[in-house]
Design a binder for this molecule. Structure first.
Ligand code: NAP
Length: 282
């Protein structure tokens, strides 16, 4: 297995590997560390974690076990909406770094909007983490167009990305246009719609034509779009490898359009009632 190093996508002078390894709903520690190590051995240089996932410790251990220099890696973590107040936010960042065993993260995100805390307060704490050197870049996740407009206007430091659900079964054109207008990258979570898109006959037929798997077609469709990155999760070694082997083929314009047409399925796989904002349509 020769490692596949994904290309980077850039905003505000920083370059993030376009493919990250997602670590939500991770298994027991012994297996988790091995999975992170395997992802790094396959060439992943970007790991996506969050305080809420409980995977930060295994991510840190996997990184140390890999022997890779810290400067070769991009680590993202997130602060939950329960910690949106400035003091709680700062404590959460400190705990994340301690748990990861790192001095800084490459990207720190507000995980979900919190309507009960003024956005200025959370953004101030986010910007402070950057100014204190605890995060190289900062951004948001699950922000709608209205929230993004407000965040960009109020954040004292530039925002790097909005991490959102985006895949071949969900139309996000307006939100993506808003990210681009503000100079933010789009990071796609649940890029396989938790396997739903892999079962689609159109995706399967294109996969057969390229001698690739349906997962690779669904992921390639995303990373072939400008300024779009992905953070798929996989718990099988073969799938981890597959999900980064996306750069030795190109989808034609017709194939891109055929997969794009599937977005009318309008499937949103992550929408927790307790924290979802008023999602934008299309
Ligand atoms: N910001 C947020 O609010 C937010 C929300 C959700 C997720 N995320 C991030 O996004 C990451 C990915 O999202 P997700 O895990 O919800 O969904 P996903 O990546 O769309 O789908 C994961 C599912 O697809 C399967 N899979 C992955 N690669 C495969 C392959 N090549 N062939 C066959 N099956 C494959 C996985 O199997 P296994 O059972 O083997 O893993 C798992 O069941 C998370 O880990 C997390 O880092 C962020």
């Amino acid at each position: 297995m020769s490692p596949v190093i994904a290309p980077t996508i850039s905003a505000h002078g920083a370059a993030m590997p376009a493919v990250g390894y997602g670590t939500m709903l991770f298994p027991e520690p012994e297996r988790a560390v091995g999975l992170v190590q395997h992802a790094l051995a396959c060439g992943y240089r970007h790991i996506d974690t969050a305080r809420k996932y409980g995977s930060e410790q295994w991510v840190g251990e996997g990184i140390r076990a890999s022997g890779l220099p810290r400067t070769d890696l991009w680590v993202t973590t997130k602060v939950t909406e329960e910690n949106a107040k400035a003091d709680d936010f700062a404590r959460s960042v400190e705990t994340s770094l301690e748990t990861l065993g790192l001095d800084y993260v490459d990207l720190l995100l507000i995980h979900w909007p919190q309507p009960r805390v003024p956005l200025e307060e959370t953004l101030g704490a986010l910007a402070r983490a950057k100014r204190d050197g605890l995060a190289r870049n900062i951004g948001v996740s699950n922000f709608t167009i209205a929230l993004l407009d407000e965040a960009v206007a109020k954040c004292p430091e530039p925002l790097f990305t909005n991490q959102i659900e985006y895949h071949a079964y969900l139309r996000q054109d307006r939100l993506i246009a808003a990210c681009r207008k503000h100079g933010l990258l789009v990071t796609c979570y649940a890029p396989l719609a938790r396997t739903a898109v892999m079962k689609d006959p159109v995706v399967k037929a294109i996969a057969a034509a390229h001698s690739k798997t349906p997962a690779q077609i669904a992921l390639r469709w995303l990373v072939q779009q400008p300024d779009v990155g992905i953070v798929p999760r996989a718990l099988e070694f073969a799938e981890i490898e597959e999900n980064i082997e996306l750069f030795d083929f190109v989808l034609t314009t017709q194939e891109m359009d055929a997969i794009g047409a599937l977005r009318d399925n309008n499937l949103r796989v992550v929408s927790p009632e307790v924290r979802r904002p008023d999602w934008d349509e299309g």
